[in-house]
Write a new protein. Structure first.
Length: 120
């Protein structure tokens, strides 16, 4: 991943945003983060992928995830016809223009669990 991109592995508020390391195109899209995401299935996320990274069709996607592993999760969106995702080799120095990330924005569960982990 590009060094200008940074996500705190121990943030104050959980679940926190995570940088996207790779995206696997398929009938359901698999996203891998740069380190353990700490997410649970049912969290609703928003995806931010700048134009320079390709896969613009996924930029702005909002939906629930299914956790596959400590650094991978599944989105219920068919990305087989999307342009490929790639981290730029020579990025623009403005981090918001080169970093792809996933932002948790809610939960689809009967009882909220994640907000109880917030620390003030």
């Amino acid at each position: 991943m590009v060094q200008q991109c940074y996500a705190d592995p121990n943030p104050m508020y959980m679940p926190a945003y995570r940088l996207i390391d790779s995206v696997i195109q398929d009938k359901q899209t698999t996203i891998r983060t740069t380190f353990d995401h700490g997410y649970t299935s049912g969290i609703v996320v928003r995806i931010k992928i700048p134009q320079i990274c390709g896969m613009e069709q996924l930029n702005g996607f909002i939906g629930p995830i299914t956790v596959l592993g400590v650094d991978t999760f599944l989105l219920d969106i068919d990305s087989t016809s999307f342009t490929p995702f790639a981290v730029p080799a020579n990025p623009n120095p403005i981090w918001s223009d080169i970093c792809s990330y996933v932002i948790p924005i809610g939960e689809l569960v009967d009882q909220l669990t994640e907000p109880t982990r917030n620390v003030l």
